[in-house]
Design a protein around this ligand. Structure first.
Ligand SMILES: *[C@@H]1O[C@H](CO)[C@@H](O)[C@H](O)[C@H]1NC(C)=O
Ligand SMILES: *[C@@H]1O[C@H](CO)[C@@H](O)[C@H](O)[C@H]1NC(C)=O
Ligand SMILES: *[C@@H]1O[C@H](CO)[C@@H](O)[C@H](O)[C@H]1NC(C)=O
Ligand SMILES: *[C@@H]1O[C@H](CO)[C@@H](O)[C@H](O)[C@H]1NC(C)=O
Ligand SMILES: [Ca+2]
Ligand SMILES: [Ca+2]
Ligand SMILES: [Ca+2]
Length: 667
C-alpha cells in the first residue's frame, strides 16, 4: 500500500466573516453517536428504508428520491452548544458501488443550510476518498480537502473505514490495516460552528452525488480515535462500534462463541507494526497515545508527540498501610459511611473509612497473617469475617467473624472458627438461609484437605458446619446465581506436587453443593464472575505453573489466565479467551457508563515484583482488549467502588506497605 500524501486547499470566498474563537468544549455526548440510527425514521421503516443483505451482513439502501429524508438537525447531537469537536473519528462500514471515473458520491455531509455551505463532508470516487471541511478566519472561509488515494473500496466487499482527525493530523484505517496518515498544514478547526446545520446521510443535500451503495455503519465518535475500540478485529471488514437495531441480529454475532479459542490471538498489548524495509517512510499512528511515528531505517521515530488523551486512571491517594497488604474489602454501612478492610500481613489489620474523599484509619484489629476480609449482613446485623493464615501466639489456628456494634460504632469479635491456613471467606444466601464458606489452604504440609461451608443457625445465632468439600490448596471461593440456580466455585492452587490441578464448580441441588464442572487451572488464585448484558462469564487468575517433577523445565509465572463463558444449551462454561498474565492473583470487573472493564493483579514475572497490571476493555467481537497498563509492585488485590464524587479503584501490594486509590476519569 503506497501512501502518497496529497493535499489540496481550495479557496472558497464565502460571505460570512470569521466567527469562532471559543475553545472547544464537549457539546455532545462523548460516546459513539450512531448517525444512521439518528437518521432512521422513528417508526423503523417509514416505507423508505430498504435493508439488503450481502455476504452475510445487511446494510441500508438509501432512498434515491429525496436527500432530505436522510437528514437531521445537528442540534440533536450537539445539544449543549453548537460546536463540532476538534478531535473526533468517523467510522463507516459500507459496500460501495463501482463508480465511473470522475464521479463522486457523498457518504456524509454537514451543511449550514442558510448559506448552503458544506461544513464537513466525506465523499469518494473510484480512486480516492476525500475528507472536506470548512475553516474560517478573518480573511474568509476556506474549504480544505484531504485526499486519501485508493482505499480500495470498489471490490463489492464490505469495508470498514475509520477516519481519525486531530488538528492537522488525518488518519485513515481501512479494515483495521495500517493507518495512512496525512499531515495537513490547514488543521481541522478548533471551533467549527454547526449552529443551524444539518447532517445529511449519503448526500450533499442534493440529488447529485447521492450514495448508491449499502451503508451498515456510520458513527461519529467525538473526542477520540475509534481505532483501538475496533481493531484488531476478527472480522475487520465488518468491525463494529455501533449499528442501528434494524441491522443487528445477523449470524456473525455468534461467531465469537463458535470458535472461542481463536479469540486468543486477538489479545495484543500493542499494535505497533513491524518497521521493515517494506514499511520504510510509512507512518504509524499510535491511536491510544495519539502519537505519530515514522519508519526510518528499521526504527519507528516519533514525529508528533502525543498528548495524554485517553488517561483512564489517575492516582488519587497513596495509602500507607503499616504492613504489606493482601485482600481488600470495600463495603458501606448505611448511615455511617464507606469503609475498606485491609488484610495486613503483620500483626494488626486495619479498617479505613472514606472521609473527605480519602481513606483514613478507623479501627485496628489483631489478626494472624490475615489474607482477606468478607463483609456480609444477616437482617440488620452487619458482619466482617477475616481469614487468618497463621496461628496465634499459642499455636492455635482460627479465623474470626466480627459484628458491627451500632452502639460503639466498631467491629467486635463475634465467633471464632477453627480453620487451616485460611485464605478466603465467601458469604451467600440460598433459599433464605445464610452461608459462609472458608477456603482452607493447607494443614501442615498437606494441601489436600477439606474446606468447609457453614450455615447460620437463627436459633443458636452462630454459624455451624453444613458441608465439607475436598480442596487442594484452596485459595478463593466465589458464589453466584444464574436464574434459579446457585453456584459455588473454588480456586485450587496446589496438590502437594503440582499447581496443575482442577478447580471445581459446584451447584446447589437438594440441600447441598454437588460437582457441576471442573477446570484445569495452574495455581488458581481467584475466580471472578461477571455479566455483560445477558452473558455470564467466569474468569480464573492462574498464578503459577509448577510441577515437582518437571520443575526445571516448567516453573513459570508468565502464563495464561482464562475467561470462560456460560453456554446455557451446553450447560457448561466454555473457554472464551486466554489472557497472558504474570502470576495473576486477582481479577476485578467494573463498568463505566456502557463500557465494561477487567483489571488483573499481575504480581510477579519470575524475576521481579515490578510488573504492570493491565486494564482490559470489553470490545464485543474481540473480547477483552488491553487498553491500559499500570505499574504495580507485588500487586495482590483490586477492588472497584463508587462514591457520590466518582468511581475509583483501589489495589493492595503484598510486597510493600502501600496501597493506592486510583480515580477513573470519565469524561
Ligand atoms: C497432583 O497433580 C499432578 C498433575 O496433575 C498429578 O500428576 C499428581 O498425581 C497429583 N498429586 C496428588 C497428590 O494428587
Ligand atoms: C445443610 O443445609 C441444608 C439447607 O438448610 C440442609 O438441607 C442440609 O440438611 C444441611 N446439611 C447438614 C449436613 O447439616
Ligand atoms: C508446562 O506448563 C504448561 C502450562 O503452563 C503446559 O501446557 C506444558 O505442557 C508444560 N510443559 C511441560 C514440559 O510439562
Ligand atoms: C452452545 O452449546 C451447544 C451445544 O453444545 C452448541 O450447539 C452451541 O453452538 C453453543 N452455543 C454457542 C453460542 O456457542
Ligand atoms: Ca472470594
Ligand atoms: Ca476477584
Ligand atoms: Ca478483588
Amino acid at each position: 500500500m503506497s501512501a502518497p500524501r496529497m493535499l489540496r486547499v481550495l479557496l472558497l470566498l464565502l460571505a460570512t466573516p470569521g466567527c469562532c474563537t471559543q475553545r472547544w468544549e464537549p457539546c455532545s455526548d462523548l460516546r459513539p453517536l450512531d448517525l444512521l440510527a439518528e437518521a432512521l425514521p422513528p417508526d423503523g421503516t417509514g416505507g423508505a428504508v430498504r435493508t439488503v443483505q450481502v455476504h452475510g451482513a445487511s446494510g441500508l439502501q438509501l432512498p434515491a428520491a429525496s436527500a432530505r429524508a436522510w437528514s437531521f438537525p445537528a442540534s440533536r447531537l450537539f445539544f449543549r452548544c453548537g460546536l463540532f469537536p476538534a478531535e473526533f473519528s468517523i467510522v463507516v462500514t459500507l459496500k460501495a458501488p463501482s463508480l465511473p471515473p470522475k464521479k463522486n458520491e457523498y457518504l456524509l455531509t454537514v451543511v449550514a443550510e442558510e448559506r448552503d455551505a458544506l461544513l464537513l463532508g466525506l465523499r469518494y470516487s473510484s480512486t480516492q476518498l476525500h475528507f472536506l471541511f470548512l475553516s474560517e478566519d478573518a480573511a474568509g472561509a476556506w474549504q480544505t480537502r484531504v485526499s486519501f488515494r485508493s482505499p480500495g473500496l470498489m471490490d463489492s466487499q464490505w469495508h470498514t473505514l475509520v477516519l481519525a482527525v486531530s488538528e492537522g493530523s488525518f488518519s485513515l484505517v481501512v479494515d483495521c490495516g495500517l493507518p495512512v496518515d496525512i499531515m495537513a498544514d490547514v488543521p481541522f478547526p478548533a471551533a467549527l460552528s454547526v449552529r443551524g446545520a444539518r447532517f445529511f446521510i449519503g448526500s450533499r443535500r442534493r440529488t447529485k452525488g447521492l450514495f448508491t451503495g449499502l451503508v451498515r455503519q456510520l458513527v461519529l465518535l467525538p473526542g477520540s480515535d475509534a481505532t483501538p475500540r475496533l481493531c484488531p478485529s476478527r472480522n475487520a471488514q465488518l468491525a463494529e462500534l455501533s449499528i442501528p437495531q434494524v441491522l443487528q441480529g445477523k449470524p456473525d454475532d455468534k461467531e465469537v462463541l463458535k470458535c472461542p479459542h481463536e479469540a486468543d490471538m486477538k489479545v495484543t498489548l500493542g499494535s505497533r507494526p513491524l518497521c521493515t524495509k517494506a514499511q520504510e517512510a510509512k507512518f504509524w499512528f499510535n491511536a491510544a497515545r495519539k502519537e505519530l511515528h515514522l519508519c526510518v531505517g528499521g526504527q519507528w521515530v516519533s514525529v508528533l508527540a502525543g498528548r495524554a488523551k485517553l488517561d483512564y486512571l489517575e492516582e488519587h491517594q497513596r495509602l500507607p498501610t503499616g504492613s504489606e497488604t493482601l485482600g481488600l474489602e470495600v463495603f458501606g454501612i448505611p448511615g455511617v459511611g464507606l469503609f475498606v478492610a485491609a488484610a495486613h500481613r503483620k500483626a494488626t489489620s486495619a479498617i479505613y473509612k472514606w472521609t473527605d474523599g480519602k481513606f483514613v484509619s478507623y479501627q485496628s484489629i489483631r489478626t494472624h497473617q490475615a489474607q482477606s476480609w468478607r463483609h456480609f449482613t444477616i437482617g440488620r446485623k452487619i458482619f466482617l469475617a477475616v481469614a487468618n493464615f497463621g496461628p496465634d501466639e499459642k499455636g492455635q489456628e482460627f479465623s474470626v467473624i466480627y459484628k458491627w456494634s451500632h452502639r460503639k460504632l466498631k467491629f467486635t469479635p463475634y465467633q471464632r472458627i477453627a480453620t487451616h491456613s485460611a485464605r478466603d471467606w465467601e458469604a451467600f444466601e440460598v433459599d433464605g438461609e445464610h452461608f459462609l464458606a472458608v477456603a482452607n489452604h493447607r494443614e501442615g504440609d498437606n494441601h489436600n484437605i477439606n474446606s468447609v461451608i457453614y450455615k447460620w443457625s437463627p436459633r443458636a445465632r452462630l454459624f455451624e458446619a453444613n458441608q465439607t468439600i475436598a480442596t487442594s490448596g484452596a485459595y478463593d471461593w466465589e458464589f453466584f446465581r444464574v436464574g434459579p440456580y446457585s453456584f459455588l466455585v473454588v480456586a485450587n492452587t496446589f496438590n502437594g506436587t503440582s499447581t496443575r490441578v482442577h478447580s471445581h464448580l459446584y451447584i446447589w441441588l437438594l440441600g447441598s453443593f454437588r460437582l457441576f464442572q471442573s477446570f484445569l487451572t495452574f495455581g488458581a488464585a481467584d475466580w471472578e464472575v461477571f455479566r455483560i448484558r445477558d452473558r455470564v462469564f467466569l474468569a480464573v487468575a492462574n498464578s503459577h505453573s509448577y510441577d515437582v517433577e518437571t520443575q526445571l523445565r516448567n516453573d513459570s509465572y508468565t502464563i495464561n489466565s482464562v475467561i470462560y463463558e456460560l453456554n446455557v444449551t451446553a450447560q457448561a462454561f466454555v473457554k472464551f479467551q486466554d489472557v497472558p498474565t504474570c502470576s495473576a492473583l486477582d481479577w476485578e470487573f467494573f463498568s463505566v457508563g456502557e463500557d465494561h472493564f477487567l483489571v488483573v493483579a499481575n504480581s510477579f514475572d519470575g524475576d521481579s515484583f515490578s510488573v504492570n497490571s493491565i486494564v482490559y476493555r470489553w470490545q464485543g467481537y474481540e473480547g477483552f482488549v488491553a487498553v491500559h497498563s499500570l505499574p504495580t509492585f507485588g500487586c495482590r488485590d483490586w477492588e472497584a467502588f463508587d462514591t457520590t464524587a466518582g468511581s475509583y479503584l483501589i489495589y493492595s501490594s503484598a510486597k510493600e506497605p502501600l496501597s493506592r486509590v486510583l480515580r477513573l476519569r470519565t469524561s
